[in-house]
Design a protein around this ligand. Structure first.
Ligand SMILES: *Cc1c(COP(=O)(O)O)cnc(C)c1O
Length: 453
């Protein structure tokens, strides 16, 4: 008798090899495809909607349908000419790590449930801590991404400091404001950034004083180490001084930019990030991991546990040097996102990761130089942390139309962004597999679309 819900004989092996081939072929051929393809809902529904399958079906045909119709209609964040929003220049080895984790159905919730995965997670967290310059003793956890990291960090900030008022800038990623709202923080102060899109410590200081006079209780400042919009870095050292003087929690949102700290240049730009009470970073962005992988580091030992520990009888197990990640964050059952990052570091070494990050910054500088050489473009914010923003003379609609025309052209995908109320174009060049020639050609095509439009 065959086992329930299992394939007969060597069928799993055959399908598994086929899946590996599909992935390897996809990655090898990515450059020849457009970076984004968006389907029509009605057409996709016509292909996919059907009654729940009652009996067994043809898995090969199902895989074909997935690859040809489902996976074909999406953005490829790992495409070398995907420059929109924040790319996810993943790597194949990490995908194998994810596959292995799924295949072994790894759980990293409790010590008893997964001591091996728990220690691996501790090791990788400590690597990231060291690379970002935080002190020994800092604790952390892998989460789904920057949004859940923000929610986790700000919940801890509130438990540790107590209070009702938090500060963000008008460039802070919206996920932080959402997290504060979800946490029920009554006063969320959105402060105006300066001409370089940075949060000014004086502005924060004044707002704190004003709030204290009004009887509010400030507890947290959210600073950004690399804004999603322009790559701007808030003055982290000064904000750390201010938070220390005012006894506020400093959360540094490094979801986008924190990995730049692996490079000498990035470390200088991000100086002060290592003084954060909590620092978030997204390995699924600039650490070349597939979705999902976020990470939160918290300087104060046991602060995560004070917010998140739960100890009903049925979950209690032996205490000691055992780590239960369920007590460090909002998830009980959780997978092992550290595995893919660990495998990538083991396969390539951190020097290759560092070089990849360095290259992303250089590519944005090359794009800026090409835009300046082409003429007709205003550089709105110069290349910083691998992001350059620019616009064409004319109204917002024209700039928006340019982005859409570029994406429709299918060669490269820039995105649009709002900068001081004006629409501009934006390239985020963190994919180390992007060639210089591809940057030049992207700029050449944008220039010819602009001349034609
Ligand atoms: C992407 C991003 C986030 C949100 O991260 P998700 O992984 O998309 O949830 C938060 N902050 C910054 C600065 C980001 O770039």
């Amino acid at each position: 008798m065959d086992e329930p819900l299992s394939l007969a004989g060597d069928e799993l092996r055959r399908l598994g090899y086929r899946v590996v081939d599909l992935v390897a072929d996809h990655l090898a051929g990515l450059r020849d495809e457009p970076p984004v393809r968006t389907g029509e809902r009605a057409a996709l529904e016509a292909l996919l909607r059907e009654p729940v399958p009652e009996g067994p079906g043809d898995v090969d045909a199902a895989l074909d349908l997935l690859v040809d119709e489902v996976l074909a209609n999406m953005q490829h964040g790992d495409h070398p000419r995907f420059f929109a929003r924040v790319p996810s220049p993943s790597n194949g080895v990490a995908a194998l790590g994810d596959a292995l984790a799924a295949g072994f159905n790894v759980i990293s919730a409790s010590w008893a449930g997964g001591s091996g995965p728990a220690v691996l997670e501790l090791v990788v967290l400590d690597w990231l801590r060291e690379l970002c310059g935080l002190p020994d003793g800092t604790e952390g956890i892998f989460l789904s991404g920057g949004s859940v990291s923000a929610l986790t960090a700000l919940a801890v900030a509130r438990t540790e400091r107590g209070g009702d008022t938090a500060y963000v800038s008008d460039q802070t990623h919206a996920s932080n404001v959402r997290a504060l709202r979800v946490l029920g923080v009554p006063h969320i102060r959105v402060l105006e950034s300066d001409a370089a899109f940075r949060l000014r410590p004086e502005v924060v200081r004044e707002a704190i004083a004003e709030d204290r006079r009004a009887g509010r209780r400030p507890f947290c400042v959210v600073a950004t180490a690399g804004t999603t919009n322009t790559g701007a870095v808030d003055p982290l050292g000064e904000l750390a001084d201010l938070c220390a003087a005012e006894k506020l929690w400093l959360h540094v949102d490094g979801a986008y930019g924190a990995p730049a700290a692996l490079t000498a240049r990035g470390r200088a730009l991000l100086a002060g990030a290592e003084r954060a009470d909590s620092l978030s970073l997204d390995p699924h962005k600039w650490l070349f991991q597939p979705y999902e992988a976020g990470c939160l580091l918290v300087r104060r030992p046991a602060a995560l546990q004070r917010t998140f520990a739960m100890a009903p009888e049925y979950l209690r197990d032996v205490l000691g040097d055992e780590v239960n990640f369920r007590d460090r964050g909002p998830q009980l059952t959780r997978g092992a996102r550290a595995i893919k990052l660990w495998l990538s570091f083991k396969a390539f070494g951190v020097a290759a990761v560092r070089a990849g990050i360095e290259r992303g910054m250089a590519l944005a500088e090359r794009a800026q130089a090409a835009l300046e050489a082409a003429g007709g473009w205003e550089i709105v914010t110069p290349a910083q942390l691998a992001i350059v923003t620019f616009r064409r003379e004319g109204d917002d609609a024209r700039n928006q139309a340019l982005v859409e025309a570029a994406v429709a052209d299918g060669y490269a995908a820039p995105s649009s962004t709002g900068l001081r109320g004006r629409t501009g174009l934006r390239l985020c060049t963190i994919n180390p597999r992007t060639t210089g020639a591809e940057i030049d050609e992207t700029v050449a095509r944008l220039s010819s679309l602009a001349r034609a439009g």
